[in-house]
Design a protein around this ligand. Structure first.
Ligand SMILES: CC(C)(COP(=O)(O)OP(=O)(O)OC[C@H]1O[C@@H](n2cnc3c(N)ncnc32)[C@H](O)[C@@H]1OP(=O)(O)O)[C@@H](O)C(=O)NCCC(=O)NCCS
Length: 204
């Protein structure tokens, strides 16, 4: 992702995934957040352009959400806080902020007390978000973006399963992930919403 992609990608994210907490903070925040994320270790935000350089979609993925959020907070924390206000006063954002801070805190505690935090059974690697502009949907672009991300994961030496979280209410997204061969491994209620967790192995 180039810095100049930020505005369009931020807008695409906020309008096509409005239920995401990030979207509450506005497209400028999302743009900065995703650009920062794209610069983190073993994490990427990949953008598809057409021959006229228009953006058709993007995908974000990481081998460790925990590590990438830690790096993002370290490098861009104050700027993100500034950009995120006044949205930061909404309760949903506070809860999300606390969960990000907990990631950071657990990391620090884990470093100090190595056995304090049990490892989760779910994969660390994650497809964080994928979206395609409406005009481009149904043409196989999201599938190609997933394949591209998996190629990058393999290039980083990763051969296992990664996870995908999506709201149960987002029927197209659930259908899309199932179509790609992801299998559902959990369903949890998070703040009155049902979240499905899928696992997918990187293809050859
Ligand atoms: C979900 C989304 C990314 C799919 O993008 P897309 O480019 O249209 O998907 P593709 O054309 O690559 O589809 C790949 C496969 O999934 C299936 N699929 C895609 N959308 C589907 C839908 N709404 N219902 C059922 N199946 C669907 C396709 O039929 C296709 O299967 P096929 O290859 O066997 O024909 C797109 O609808 C979108 O951007 N939605 C809004 C953002 C979002 O919800 N993202 C997911 C949560 S992060």
């Amino acid at each position: 992702m180039k810095k100049s992609d930020g505005a369009v990608v931020g807008h695409l994210f906020s309008t096509s995934i409005p239920e995401a907490t990030l979207s509450v903070l506005g497209p400028r925040f999302v743009a900065h957040f995703l650009y920062g994320l794209s610069r983190c270790e073993r994490t990427g935000v990949w953008v598809a352009h057409d021959h006229e350089d228009r953006i058709g979609g993007f995908i974000a993925g990481t081998l460790s959400r925990r590590d990438s959020y830690r790096e993002l907070l370290r490098r861009h924390g104050p700027a993100l806080l500034l950009l995120g206000s006044p949205g930061v006063f909404s309760p949903g954002v506070w809860r999300w902020g606390l969960s990000v801070a907990r990631v950071r805190l657990c990391g620090l505690l884990k470093h100090k007390y190595r056995d304090a935090t049990p490892e989760s059974a779910e994969p660390d690697a994650e497809l964080l978000a994928v979206a395609v502009t409406e005009a481009w949907r149904g043409a196989g672009l999201a599938r190609r973006l997933v394949e591209y991300m998996e190629g990058e994961f393999r290039r980083w030496g990763f051969r296992n399963a990664y996870k995908i979280l999506t709201l149960n209410s987002n029927a197209p997204s659930n259908a899309f992930y199932r179509k790609l061969g992801a299998r559902q491994i959990a369903q949890n209620r998070v703040r009155n919403r049902i979240v499905n967790t899928y696992a997918k192995t990187v293809g050859d």
